[in-house]
Ligand binder design. Structure first.
Ligand SMILES: [Zn+2]
Length: 286
């Protein structure tokens, strides 16, 4: 019962935080405040009525258009709201699994809840970065740097709470995680350096290196390598699709948002990474 109630709450909270994220995603690139003025149509600048701010419902009621100027409300708004809500439902359902069946010993409960909360924050930030890179080719430091620090704190906390007999002291856990973060960032810097030597131009930005460091802070090294692999495969598929597409224009000069693919890889890795890695190891015969 608690699990169902908690998950429903997470779904509604996810819609609200997705809606808030949409405001941020429209205003951060334009360097506008996210608190004032009130939400308005970005075409006719009319301030929205209270019910026009209700996530998902308002979009359906308005059939995706502004009430006065009929400008299309981007599909991104609904997509972001539904994504945050869906991912938070998954987080809550898993984190609250400790309650009904008691499959996990009670001493693990705080660690479970903490990592559930952490994952929800992490996924919210990944959606933010994915959209910002897709729309503006921009992975702002004010998201990735706090992302690294938060990841370090949550991961260390969950590790220590999760296993009271954990051999490493807290400082040891932090140091180990810092090594992972450095290794992940170094991988991107290495690729960036090689690309520079061959092509004499920027292939991957420094923002991608910080994003990789953030992934490592939350996912650890194997999870980050999985996210990177998924991101590269997805990026390659999209690149091929663009080249093959009949109305391909200015493909040569087009820059693909690698950060977006990396974020999607990170989301998959955060939710299903352990089972993917486990089945891969079983398949490879380890
Ligand atoms: Zn309008």
């Amino acid at each position: 019962m608690l699990r169902i109630l908690g998950t429903t709450f997470a779904a509604l909270l996810g819609l609200a935080f997705g809606s808030f994220l949409n405001v941020c995603l429209s205003r951060w690139p334009a360097n506008e405040s996210i608190v004032a003025p009130h939400s308005h149509c970005r075409t006719c600048h009319r301030t929205l009525l209270w019910w026009e701010n209700i996530p998902l419902f308002s979009w359906l009621a308005l059939r995706g258009r502004c009430r006065t100027c009929r400008a299309l409300i981007g599909l991104r708004y609904t997509l972001v709201e539904v994504s945050v809500s869906t991912l938070w439902v998954l987080c809550a359902w898993r984190a609250l699994s400790v309650f009904p069946e008691q499959t996990v010993t009670i001493s693990y409960t705080p660690a479970f809840l903490l990592s559930g909360l952490g994952t929800a924050i992490f996924l919210w930030m990944l959606i933010a970065l994915a959209v910002l890179d897709a729309e503006n080719l921009w992975l702002p430091d004010f998201l990735t740097i706090p992302g690294i620090i938060l990841g370090l704190l949550f991961r260390t906390g969950a590790k220590i709470l999760g296993n009271p007999y954990y051999k490493l002291p807290p400082l040891g856990v932090i140091l180990l995680n810092l090594e992972y973060i450095a290794a992940a960032a170094a991988l991107i810097l290495l690729i960036r350096g090689i690309y520079w030597l061959i092509r004499r131009q920027e292939g991957i930005g420094l923002g991608d290196a910080k994003l990789m460091a953030m992934l490592a802070a939350w996912l650890g090294l194997p999870g980050t390598i999985l996210a990177f692999f998924l991101g590269v495969v997805l990026g390659a598929l999209v690149a091929v699709a663009i080249i093959v597409a009949p109305n391909a224009k200015r493909t040569a000069s087009m820059k693909l948002p690698f950060g977006t693919f990396l974020c999607i890889g990170g989301i998959v890795s955060a939710l299903w990474g352990q089972s993917i890695l486990a089945s891969y190891l079983a398949w490879a015969g380890f």
